[in-house]
Design a protein around this ligand. Structure first.
Ligand SMILES: O=C(O)c1ccccc1N[C@@H]1O[C@H](COP(=O)(O)O)[C@@H](O)[C@H]1O
Length: 202
């Protein structure tokens, strides 16, 4: 069986990017969604992404932003992958792919249950209602509509709950932001290490 894919999101310092890579993550995320406590600009992301080895994905996270703005930011930052939390139309992912990006479509659990097949992106991410809010959702709801293909579980994961969440929901991967922070928006090297280690025990 393939090891669980791990993405650590909302990184903003060289120290935490390096810690995530040393811990063995598959992807690091940079947030460009206005209003986020993890918001960084494209030039900062470019400097951080330059530290990341080629086998680790660099993901730009956007929420309800015009696709032209998404493309301009991700291109300037030199990222490999774009994660959209709403605002996209059915053509957006095709356009992002045509520009050479891998894509992740993030759906909150309610939207996923209403439209489980609404994912023309390369990968699906299922999240709680408020992205980046550190709140979990009941993964038992997925039993009614088990996701097919590669999918990521997100929403309120942390080093203490992630192993059980992986065993229960069997996602292809996990994505975390709040659960590896010492205070809102501030990532912790220790919590990043503990999170990756907990996933590996699941
Ligand atoms: O992290 C944010 O601030 C954010 C803002 C807007 C859209 C997405 C955001 N992050 C994504 O939220 C989930 C997990 O969040 P948490 O672990 O519950 O805090 C993850 O997909 C992040 O990429």
């Amino acid at each position: 069986m393939r090891p669980t894919y791990i993405k650590i999101c909302g990184l903003s310092t060289a120290e935490t990017v390096d810690a995530a890579i040393r811990a063995g993550v598959d992807a690091v995320g940079f947030v460009f969604a206005p209003g986020s406590p993890r918001l960084i600009d494209a030039d900062t992301a470019r400097t951080l992404a330059a530290r990341v080895p080629a086998q680790v994905e660099t993901v730009g996270v956007f929420r309800a932003q015009p696709v032209d703005e998404v493309l301009a930011t991700a291109s300037r930052a030199g990222l490999t992958t774009i994660q959209l939390h709403g605002g996209e139309d059915e053509n957006s992912f095709e356009r992002l792919r045509a520009e050479g990006f891998r894509t992740i479509r993030a759906l909150d659990i309610s939207t996923y249950l209403e439209r489980p097949d609404a994912s023309p992106a390369d990968r699906l991410l299922i999240d709680a209602i408020e992205p980046g809010g550190g709140k979990r959702f009941d993964t038992g709801l997925l039993q009614a509509r088990p996701p097919g293909g590669f999918w990521l579980l997100a929403g309120g994961l942390d080093p203490d709950n992630v192993a059980a969440a992986v065993r229960a929901a069997r996602p292809s991967g996990v994505d975390v932001s709040s659960g590896v922070e010492s205070s809102r928006g501030v990532k912790s090297v220790e919590l990043i290490r503990a999170f990756v280690s907990a996933v590996r025990t699941a």
